[in-house]
Design a protein around this ligand. Sequence first.
Ligand code: AMP
Ligand code: MG
Length: 597
Amino acid sequence: MRIYGITGWKNSGKTGLVERLVAEIRGRGFSVSTVKHAHHSFDVDHEGTDSYRHRAAGAREVMLASSRRWALMHESDPPEDPALADLLARLSPVDLVLIEGYKRDTHPKIEAHRGETGKPLIAREDETIRAVASDSAPEGLSCPVFDLDDTSAIADFILAETGLQPGVDEGAARPLPEISPPPLRDDCFALPAGVEWIPVDKALAALREALGPVTGEETLAVEEAEGRILAQDVQALRANPPHANSAVDGYGFAHGALKGEGPHVLPLAEGRAAAGAPYRGVVAPGQAIRILTGALLPEGVDTVVLEEDTTLEAGHVAFRGGVRAGANTRAAGEDVKAGETALRAGHRLRAPDLALLAGIGLPEVRVRRRLRVGILSTGDELAEPGSTPDPARTYDANRPMLMEMARGWGHEAVDLGHAADRREAVAAALDEAAQRADAIITSGGASAGDEDHLSRLLRETGSMRQWRVAIKPGRPLALGVWKGAPIFGLPGNPVAAFVCAAIFARPALSLLAGGGWTEPRGFTVPAAFAKKKKPGRREYLRARLDADGAAEVFRSEGSGRISGLSWATGLVEIEDGARDIRPGDPVRFIPYCELGI
Ligand code: AMP
Ligand code: MG
């Protein structure tokens, strides 16, 4: 939800401007709500009506509703101006909220102005005013000045500022409509004709080109949104901090009223300012007041001296000279300004992001639905752990591994079980997969052998692309689209399945889920091993850091050796060209956590 304020003195024409802007912006296809500051005991129902009688009898809230509209009347007890953020949190989602009044809040605003009122322009003092709409062309302002009646130009300005419509020199996009994106095209994995072996970087670039979001959107409470991907940019509903406050426990005063070099002795004002319990009075120049961490700076205070640097005697506070103006205070909006874009669409929310969203006043956020990733194993030899002593059977190790990798990447993992090496079994499993999942990861049966039904079936649909990626471990990747769902056919060998999932499936699924393209960060560390490598393929070795921070590698490169995956804490990536690595030479180590594992 974007917000923008219209402010101004009495009779400045602000209500007329809001009225015209609502109609204008609605007419351009955006939904608009407003918040208006009213004085004291305004009323929305009349004495004698049923709802009035409920209230008069002492009901705390009265909800008055009909088929046309409803109104919630809330009695503030004791009477107190509600915070703007709390009011905004009660509104239903809309494209734009116009706020009339609320001069002191730090959201961006336009000042309405009429020359005949003779009032000074607020814009000269207040930098939250981004433009002035005036009937008398005031001069000497650093912000844009519009004609008060030029509603269309003022609407253009607000829409550009809030990112709802591209401005003259900005390319901000309109928010996505609330519909699911179209399914992928069947030929999305096509490679240019004649490509035989494809280097890892080219394969990644082709995936990046081919894929985009396939998930719809929903609104979630912030505390439930961890791990979700933002569907829209998020603007701060209010500044953090909302008002200037004290960063320490100490004594506040006006710096400009200090006399001489110090030491200074100031009489203490009666009372104190504490977090959540502001001092309502004015601190006179030359006086100081007790102030605690987080307390709003009272009127007349711009500087705080740390308690430890003072002595207190006979109703006076004494401290040495040299305290800087503004010391130990936090300015309003010094962290985030109201209306500022705090997080971008595509960002995956983590615990610190929830703190930011809460801090800037958002009770809920627009996020992508979780991508459902189906995991299917194929192979006649596969069995569930513990189910058989038959040595011809292999326990299905890939499925629990891939399920957990998908979950770790923030998706919903859908267990599709395992399919035998029969054409109908694989086809039935894929049919079910396309129903229950947005994307499918299979392992096994992806090459061109007799029992490799997956690649054969996909080839028959015409969507199959076998990517012979120059990577070790890993045989061809089978990529295709089955009934609208993209399939990533990984090799069956657990080590190859793991590496291909981490390197290819992870960024591809991130794009499908509406997130950005992910690139693991590697760290250059000395090798604790020796290895000669021929040019042609990029290699990934199971590795971990030893006590000296050097990368040691697993004793075997066999791609069925699952124990090495478990032994490792990351992968050493060796570039496509030839290398003759000696102990101590620099190598690139990618920790598992950089691969979302
Ligand atoms: P495939 O790619 O089907 O030819 O399988 C290659 C090797 O990986 C064979 O030794 C399979 O038994 C093994 N394999 C395939 N799928 C799995 C799995 N889900 N868990 C463990 N090993 C597997
Ligand atoms: Mg197989």
